[in-house]
Design a protein around this ligand. Structure first.
Ligand code: WTA
Length: 650
């Protein structure tokens, strides 16, 4: 397969002052990592982290895949993000918050220090939160979400953020799995100038037996909400009385920092665990390398703090490096699709980071909007979450970036903690839709799962990382075996299990990496990972559903949409298909949330299964896409079903 993608060289002016200025510098760094892996990481760890006590050992692989980085080292991640900047940056904006209705708040590093310490004292003194306790954060995009994260880090509590779009059932599952004792939430927030509510979802999640003893409620929209006496407390009323001094807890390099639940190909979402030193080191280094943020820059990532992108690239990474990070409460297309560009103009944003799905929406709804604003401050544009398609890339490059900004197509995952394959804006000649090369220090390779050898040019293989890296997942909360099985079970290199991302990828003639998408049953809806098993489990809760199979189908805006094949127990429901669809969608909404609603449902008489009962999803994916069925279907229990289903989908 020859790849004739056009190549765009880095902007020369930009490259002059970039942290990594050319490919020679990139190769020097990568060579150094290959020659002396521990030396490479050890030097950066010493340079970048404000250690309370130095580490003794860079990497301990003796119990691989359970690894330890910087063992013996002591630090506090909140100090790394705040305290160490106070001497030089106390009056610098740490967070610029823009509310849905255009309200702006600038929070300096000194302000942040006080807010976080007060919040930390509140958690410690009033709710008895101690090192190692789990705290669930269910928050809108307001600065208090960042304060809450950093307050947990300050006292050594492990936060687990649940995205505000998840339902009460999904929230309950995550609370229970982590055995959280405190939930931090808000009454609600604003979306499209209207208040919406979050607290009722928390109330519903805490009915019955729950490990949660206390709920802290930030009052953002001041709507009436229920208060449970002895359980619910107002942040706004309590916070002012708290001291703005809170000694940071001395944490081991490998003490857990947070959990973040994400979907896998089977079973319930897993609590991906990240630990302190390795995670914060890589969050900071990738901010410096990939976004090339300079002292006076203003950086904006449009993600939600409920996802890993929000963790690493709204809060931890930017603050660890002492940058100014923009936080946005609202919807990027409100009041119109020029909103992000008006924000670029107003805040003079230098780096802008978003997802392809957002770019497609902005392109579709506001093709000519960028031209209406002063976009000259922009230097680096980023994308994340899914492969970016050529039309979206072109518009982003030409109209948003005015053909002078590098687009960093950052490939990474919840489990990798930070970017792993990405262009460097001052060095890498970029190609549309291409994540390019592994970052220095990351031994990412596309391997053939059968042989463990690197694949040939143009041959599809498995995207793997063959050496541990500091920000890698440390475990699946409460399930050691699942950690090993999920990530180290599929590919071996030189007989040794290596980390497999779950994604397929391909090299072109020049060694550029293009990610081709998941190889497992995970769907990527608007850049969000959705396990087909989870959606299926929700649909099965409907009384009249006998069987269901969910697959992804290409979608012009979302990247992938959710397509469900449903076999009903009785045919009665089919007479009223509309009602059935409604009922099923309302179950999905209750069990998971709106983000998992099906784009299409077909009620079929059966599903294509092998004689051993395995559903052949590959066939269902092909039917959903309207492709010819080329696979051998003779091994199916009932080959005729394929034709029947295909006829219904057409
Ligand atoms: C996909 C998001 C292509 C991939 C940070 C991965 C991408 C999953 C890219 C992780 C990219 C992420 N190009 N695909 N630049 N970035 N992905 O855990 O399938 O929500 O495994 O982390 O998104 O999703 P997650």
């Amino acid at each position: 397969m020859s790849d004739k993608k056009p190549v765009f060289k880095p902007n020369k002016e930009f490259a002059k002052n970039a942290n990594i200025k050319n490919m020679c510098e990139y190769h020097d760094l990568q060579d150094k990592a290959m020659e002396d892996y521990e030396g490479f990481w050890g030097d950066f760890a010493k340079e970048k982290i404000d250690w309370i006590e130095p580490f003794d050992k860079v990497l301990d692989e003796s119990k691989a895949p359970f690894v330890k980085w910087f063992d013996g080292g002591k630090l506090n991640v909140s100090s790394q993000c705040i305290d160490r900047h106070l001497d030089t940056r106390k009056n610098k904006a740490a967070i610029i918050f823009e509310g849905d209705r255009g309200d702006v708040q600038t929070i300096t590093y000194l302000d942040l220090y006080k807010h976080v310490n007060r919040f930390a004292n509140l958690l410690k003194e009033d709710f008895n939160v101690k090192k190692g306790d789990r705290v669930v954060i269910y928050m809108p995009m307001i600065p208090e979400a960042a304060y809450a994260m950093l307050a947990c880090a300050r006292i050594g509590a492990i936060h687990s953020i649940v995205f505000g779009g998840f339902s009460s059932e999904a929230l309950r599952d995550r609370i229970e799995d982590a055995e959280a004792k405190v939930v931090i939430t808000a009454d609600g927030a604003f979306r499209k100038e209207k208040p919406y509510m979050l607290k009722p979802v928390v109330d519903a999640a805490l009915t019955g037996k729950t490990p949660v003893k206390k709920v802290v409620v930030v009052q953002r929209n001041h709507e009436d909400v229920e208060w449970v006496a002895g359980r619910d407390y107002s942040y706004n009323e309590m916070i002012e009385q708290k001291s703005s001094i809170c000694e940071p807890e001395v944490m081991d390099a490998e003490d857990p920092l947070f959990l973040l639940y994400t979907s896998g190909s089977t079973g319930k979402p897993k609590g991906v665990q990240h630990n302190s030193a390795g995670y914060i080191l890589w969050a900071q280094m990738t901010m410096e390398w990939v976004f090339d943020v300079k002292e006076n820059d203003t950086y904006w990532c449009t993600a939600d703090v409920g996802w890993i992108t929000g963790h690493t690239y709204i809060v931890y990474g930017p603050l660890a490096m002492g940058a100014t990070t923009v936080m946005f409460e609202g919807v990027i297309t409100f009041p119109d699709a020029g909103r992000p560009w008006s924000m670029v103009e107003n805040h003079r944003i230098n780096q802008f980071y978003t997802a392809p799905t957002a770019i497609r929406v902005l392109h579709k709804m506001g093709e000519n909007e960028p031209a209406k604003y002063d976009m000259s401050s922009l230097k680096v544009l980023g994308t994340v979450g899914e492969p970016i398609d050529p039309p979206a890339w072109k518009w982003y490059y030409e109209e948003v970036g005015q053909s002078k900004c590098a687009i960093v197509d950052t490939y990474w995952q919840t489990e990798t903690g930070g970017h792993v394959v990405s262009p460097l804006p001052g060095a890498t000649p970029i190609k549309p839709g291409c994540a390019t090369f592994p970052l220095p220090g990351i031994m990412a390779e596309i391997l053939d799962p059968a042989t463990g050898e690197k694949v040939e040019v143009g041959e599809k293989g498995y995207m793997c990382i063959t050496k541990p890296w500091p920000a890698q997942i440390r475990g699946v909360w409460g399930d050691e075996e699942r950690y090993v099985k999920s990530y180290f079970g599929d590919v071996k290199k030189d007989g040794k299990p290596v980390y497999f991302t779950g994604d397929g990828a391909v090299y072109d003639e020049e060694g550029y990496i293009t990610i081709t998408g998941r190889t497992d049953d995970v769907i990527n809806v608007s850049g969000h990972r959705m396990g087909t098993a989870e959606v299926e489990a929700a649909i099965k809760k409907h009384d009249n559903v006998a069987e269901v199979a969910v697959v992804g189908k290409p979608h012009p805006i979302k990247g992938e949409g959710i397509f469900a094949y449903i076999v009903l127990k009785s045919d009665d429901g089919i007479a009223d298909e509309v009602e059935e669809v409604k009922a099923i969608n309302s179950i999905i909404k209750k069990e998971i949330g709106n983000i998992a609603l099906c784009d299409e449902m077909v009620f079929t008489p059966g599903l294509p299964k092998t004689r051993s009962g395995k559903i052949m999803r590959r066939i269902l994916r092909a039917i959903a896409k309207g492709e010819e069925i080329t696979q051998d279907i003779s091994t199916l229990e009932d080959p005729s079903i394929v034709e029947k289903i295909a006829a219904m989908v057409k």
